[in-house]
Design a protein around this ligand. Structure first.
Ligand SMILES: Cc1cc2nc3c(=O)[nH]c(=O)nc-3n(C[C@H](O)[C@H](O)[C@H](O)COP(=O)(O)OP(=O)(O)OC[C@H]3O[C@@H](n4cnc5c(N)ncnc54)[C@H](O)[C@@H]3O)c2cc1C
Length: 392
């Protein structure tokens, strides 16, 4: 998602771009199926997709707006309700299947004669020289460019080959995902209940179902995956409660290990890391890919400015501007999410009191609530031109 976004933004500038992808995209799915992987997409990310001409294709497939968000603590009475109407906005964001995002970006990038999509091939080697970066592919090919971008996910091969270290830790949680049908409407609301083992989120889909992310211990996640559908739905009902009525049915399930990870550097001469290759974050606020999309829009802008000034797009000086711009914002979001995860995961009575009081207090303090909403919608901070709907 992040690499293709950058490729569209660079294709738009007329640069010669090669996108190297290990998996051949499969965009042939049954109409009545919902992808297991979905993302909450902020208004800022929507604007980036719009600026790149990919948003309409997502809407033609399926996007699910959410207008409200309700968050509550299983161990007390604390609750917060975010309502887009309080900001005078029609919605807080959209839930979109990852494959829909990938498909729309792919459709857009193949429109550019100057963008080549190469799949399925993996990068196996990398060499950085004075004026070029080269990669070796597992089919024996070699490609060279003025700039190499690593958008190859949290276990980035390019980051490893470049010797860039990361800091972070495992959350000792897995995120169990599935699509659930409930007897009551989700009311275009994102629901999240904080349990001591981790949050359980229900994200509204436009077909009336909800996509869940259930963060829990790895052992519990294994147990949940092993249950038959009825037993899984019973466990889900017992944990979530009855705010959406009865749990009626569920689709396939999968689990993903959750980590906090931050690359110590985002750049070297001729190399830039972005998206999960640079940072991974707990999914509790649905911000991970949004940070990556902001990285892509920012790097595209830095490159456009460098070209306009006649500078080298792969020079460390050019790339440092991208790193300085994004690292602070990413770190701030990562630290906030980490603090949330710890606060809500604690069984200490003092912290339980603090989070319940904090939730209720924040719920009653409109300016603070509105600021959190604007932050969650991606509307705060130093936004790139693409995120503001301006031309590159
Ligand atoms: C359970 C869960 C729920 C989430 N929910 C949300 C959410 O609601 N909102 C949100 O913003 N974020 C969410 N996230 C985070 C989000 O999924 C990630 O931030 C996002 O997928 C990162 O995108 P990316 O393009 O940087 O990396 P990836 O999605 O990991 O893509 C990397 C790509 O690189 C390719 N690749 C890897 N290695 C090589 C190689 N050697 N050669 C060639 N190609 C290679 C891979 O095939 C892949 O296509 C969630 C994460 C989890 C685990």
């Amino acid at each position: 998602m992040v690499g293709s976004t950058l490729a569209c933004a660079l294709g738009m500038q007329g640069l010669q771009v090669a996108v190297i992808e290990a998996h051949r995209p499969d965009f042939d799915w049954p109409d009545d199926s919902v992808d297991l992987r979905v993302s909450a997409i902020t208004c800022a990310s929507q604007q980036i997709f719009t600026s790149l001409g990919a948003w309409d294709a997502m809407c033609r497939q399926r996007v699910s707006p959410y207008r409200d968000m309700r968050v509550w603590d299983a161990t007390g009475s604390g609750e917060i309700h975010f309502d887009s109407a309080d900001l005078g906005e029609p919605l807080l964001g959209h839930i979109i299947e990852n494959r829909v995002i990938q498909f729309a970006l792919y459709e857009q990038l193949v429109e550019y004669d100057n963008v080549t999509f190469i799949a399925p091939v993996s990068v196996t080697g990398m060499k950085i020289e004075q004026d070029t970066a080269s990669v070796t592919l597992d089919d024996g090919r070699k490609l060279s460019a003025a700039l190499l971008v690593a958008a190859d996910g949290s276990r980035s091969k390019l980051r490893e080959l470049a010797g860039i270290e990361t800091q972070g830790w495992s959350y000792h949680q897995h995120g169990v995902v599935a699509t659930i049908k409930t007897s009551q409407s989700h009311l275009e609301t994102a629901w999240q209940r904080f349990m001591p083992d981790g949050p359980l989120a229900f994200l509204p889909m436009s077909d009336g179902s909800s996509s869940i992310v259930w963060s829990t211990s790895p052992e519990h996640a294994d147990e949940l995956l092993a249950l038959d559908d009825d037993a899984f739905l019973d466990a889900l009902q017992a944990t979530f409660g009855d705010r959406l009525g009865r749990m009626i049915s569920c689709g396939p399930r999968a689990a993903f290990p959750l980590r906090m990870q931050h690359a110590k550097q985002y750049t070297q001469a001729r190399l830039a890391l972005l998206g999960d290759a640079a940072h991974t974050i707990h999914p509790l606020a649905g911000q991970g890919v949004n940070l990556g999309l902001a990285d892509a829009a920012t790097l595209a802008e830095v490159i456009a400015d460098a070209r306009a000034a006649g500078s080298d797009i792969g020079a460390l000086k050019t790339l440092r501007r991208y790193e300085r711009w994004r690292k602070g914002d990413n770190l701030a979001m990562m630290s906030t999410m980490d603090a949330f995860k710890r606060l809500f995961g604690s069984r200490m009575p003092m912290l339980k009191w603090l989070r319940n009081t904090g939730l209720s207090l924040t719920n009653r303090t409109t300016p603070v609530k509105n600021m959190i909403m604007r932050q969650a919608m991606g509307l705060e901070g130093d936004l790139s031109r693409l995120a503001r709907g301006k031309a590159l």
